[in-house]
Design a protein around this ligand. Sequence first.
Ligand SMILES: [Mn+2]
Length: 377
Amino acid sequence: MKIMHLSDLHLGKNLNGFSLYEDQRHIHKQILQIAKEEAIDAVMIAGDVFDKSVPTNQAIQLFDEFLTSWAELHLPVFIISGNHDSAQRVAFGANLFKDNNIFISPIYDGKISHITLKDEHGNINFYLLPFIKPAIVRSYFPDEEITSYNQAVKVALKQISLNPNERNILIAHQFVTGAYTCDSEEIIVGGIDNVDAQLFQDFDYVALGHLHTPQNVLNEKIRYCGTLLKYSFSEANQEKTVTILNFPQKNKLTIYEKKLSFLHDMRKLKGSYAELTLKSNYEQTNTDDYLAITLTDEEDIPDAINRLRSIYPNIMQLTYDNLRTKTVQNIETTDIANLKTPLNLFEELYYKQNNQNLNDNQIDILQELIQDIWEEK
Ligand SMILES: [Mn+2]
């Protein structure tokens, strides 16, 4: 059996004011194509179907399109809700969808639902654990001590009795310890949301969602597949892939990835205004990519973003890297400041802002102003 592992679709996501609607449609078509080419038998979506708990009309339309196209391929699809989703809204219609082989985790009620598929080598069980918080699990197990995410997941998993002779897969959306994070995930750093990967040792594979960088945790059997698109500039240099499990029999699992290509890539560009607007520098590039541009000019360019957008229409961020922005200097406390003359103070302020000293002409003007303000009353 071949199974595709997806997560963190974040349907309806807007990035710096840009709708990713067309990008998400584009990537989904690619996923469908890969599913056909690789002869996939089932698909797992490990949470964060939507970007917002109240999805936009476009997000719902995309999800509807996705489900319909999966159902047309007659592939079983397993879906859980993530921390960005409303579990209720994702579970809407779940009982009706079952007839079309679309299995959506119900709202957590103390049990973990599972679905069993069969092939010539026997059963393969998919356990669906929606994103859970300690308080949710505690409400079903008041006698258990549950104050951390780790304890919550531990108690939730205790309710499963696995058949160790069959293939068992868990689909979950939690922050599993030891994993690498990036900017688009909204994780509480150093928080109590860590879940120990050891809890998952009895499963043959754990299809994780939540982290946006594809990666294994402990070993390749506990894996984040990552997002299908780049959702922050910290992911600009990453490749995005689809994770595929080839799982013909118990203990014969192999995992591989298929690389994805984007409608618009996300890239970082750095240079002077003159360099970035020089035709020979940009004419061979995809100028409609989503860009974070860093200008290196010492003088700010008036209306730079709009002028650059005539070449690069999809600039998402514009910053400067020059002497002014390079040095972060501390402002002194008032006690020390009180010992200095107004001219000294201004000279220091000017230096901190511009990384250069006032020239003689500027000092003359300042001295006149200072006399006007403080000394000629
Ligand atoms: Mn996510």
